[in-house]
Write a protein that binds this ligand. Structure first.
Ligand SMILES: [Cu+2]
Length: 496
């Protein structure tokens, strides 16, 4: 294939060639039956499919013939979330989607080599970066009468990405890019990383933000079945043409991260060769069959390895790579020591339309060591340790949502907790789906980890850190609204 993937905002305003052909190709794919492996709906169902929901949303009707089980068992419902396959699986998915669009563009009379653009929302040098690219907001194609499929999608969230107080999402940022390790150990669940471990199901930092946040910020979130935007749920996300540009940027952030000196890439066979229980599959570009791939195929030299015009702008990676080629990546033991649970709260928490406070108790020995480590006379090794707050098995029936947590909110400040007590905030992308007992995620819900090292240190400095009684305040989306409550099995503190 020729050419590289480019920044959507640098392709020209409004209907540039790339978007015009994308729109035409999407319209063409939409005309194909769902049994066609190159159809718009087949491709979206590969991410996740829910027949009842799709019927409700009129994406299919009850009589629509679906592909045979030999296809759907292999190729549908594959999306990898809260898993260390999150990035490689999506990379293969994007690559084949791009090839199918490119082939469609050619079949419609366009040029060969169409490339998926990326939505570079965190490019601080571009004042438009956070806006949804224009072509996704126009009602019609340039002919003035053909409906624009890039716009013709339910979206109830933001058109310009930013803080969303109602959803408790502070903002999107590049903090995930500072993580040194690609994946963590089984016991910790990979929460110190860009990623997460499949056995535990912790959401990795990049997957959490900007990935999950942008999904929910654009899609919007309301109580179950009230018509969330397609981007807010696993089952509909792939039906929004913007999904592919968002994921292209997430993929680029991974590519950029890999060029950072000293980062530790996953090199285990379990990751490289893909899950043993189910191979990753994509349709052949001409739709004639299915084809398997592994994470190995998504790395340099592999068939799904992408090329980007720029790994610098909007990635937080300061040194542009030479010729866009990833530098060799360190492998071996993780940069950080194994974090351990040193304390937890005692019972399941339910957060409804009012914030809830839960007390976390750290074991006395660990607590003392922690306070000492943060003091001025701490040994260097101990001082470099990090502190995490973990929320396990967050469940709810709302399609998505959000959560924000604070530690030790001062008395009297309950209504407007100070910013310097914020532990973190997160969009709960896929909440309902991950909470379904019969779902792919086994009903385990979502598990999140926030790095609270700086916050803990500030509290110790102020003398406001009693390890035996940390007060964690949790606010959920729709605070004061009508959303269904979320439950959290356990809140714990880890050090490592
Ligand atoms: Cu996604």
């Amino acid at each position: 294939m020729v050419g590289k993937r480019e920044d959507a905002w640098k392709l020209g305003a409004g209907w540039n060639e790339t978007f015009l052909w994308y729109a035409k190709a999407v319209n063409e794919l939409k005309t194909r039956p769902v049994t066609d492996r190159t159809s718009w709906r087949y491709l979206a169902a590969m991410h996740q499919f829910d027949r009842d929901l799709w019927v409700d949303l009129k994406i299919i009707d009850k009589k629509t013939p679906l592909p045979p089980a030999s296809d759907t068992d292999v190729a549908w419902n594959q999306c990898q979330h809260s898993s260390f396959y999150f990035l490689p699986w999506h990379r293969g998915y994007l690559a084949r989607f791009e090839e199918i669009i490119a082939a469609t563009v050619v079949s419609l009379g366009g040029k060969a080599g169409w490339k998926l653009p990326y939505w570079n929302y965190l490019d601080a040098t571009n004042p438009n970066a956070r806006k949804i690219p224009e072509a996704f907001l126009l009602k019609f194609l340039p002919d003035g009468k053909t409906r624009n499929p890039l716009e013709d999608v339910p979206r109830y969230g933001q058109k310009v990405l930013g803080p969303e107080p109602k959803l408790q999402i502070d903002d999107i940022d590049l903090s995930a890019m500072g993580e040194p390790d690609f994946t963590g150990s089984v016991s910790f669940g990979g929460s110190r990383t860009l990623f997460s471990n499949p056995d535990i199901g912790v959401r990795g930092q990049l997957e959490n933000a900007p990935h999950g946040s942008v999904h929910v910020l654009v899609g919007g979130a309301r109580p179950a079945n009230a018509g969330e935007g397609f981007l807010s749920a696993f089952e509909t996300a792939g039906l929004d043409p913007l999904f592919w540009l968002h994921h292209c940027n997430i993929d680029r952030l991974w590519a950029a991260w890999m060029t950072k000196p000293g980062v530790r890439m996953e090199a285990g066979k379990q990751w490289l060769d893909g899950p043993s229980d189910r191979a990753f599959a994509v349709p052949k570009a001409d739709g004639s069959g299915l084809e398997n791939y592994t994470a190995r195929d998504t790395l340099a030299g592999g068939k799904f390895y992408p090329e980007y015009d720029d790994l610098h702008a909007g990635t937080g990676v300061p040194i542009p790579p030479i010729g866009g080629v990833a530098v060799s990546v360190a492998q071996g033991p993780a940069a950080m020591a194994e974090p351990k649970v040193i304390g937890a709260n005692s019972e399941k928490v339910t957060v409804g339309d009012k914030p809830v406070e839960t007390a976390v108790k750290i074991a006395p020995v660990e607590g003392k060591a922690m306070v000492t480590a943060m003091g001025p006379n701490a040994p260097a090794a101990a001082a470099g340790k990090r502190t995490f707050l973990k929320f396990e098995n967050i469940r709810g029936v709302s399609i998505a949502g959000g959560l924000k947590a604070y530690v030790n909110v001062p008395a009297g400040a309950e209504d407007a907790p100070p910013q310097d007590h914020v532990a973190g905030s997160a969009a709960l992308f896929g909440l309902a789906s991950a909470s379904k007992v019969d779902g792919q995620h086994g009903g385990n819900g979502l598990t999140l980890v926030f790095d609270i090292s700086d916050l803990a240190r500030r509290l110790v400095d102020k003398g406001d850190f009693d390890p035996a009684h940390l007060r964690v305040k949790i606010v959920s989306a729709h605070d004061g609204g009508d959303a269904a409550p979320i439950t959290i099995e356990r809140v714990s503190v880890l050090r490592g």
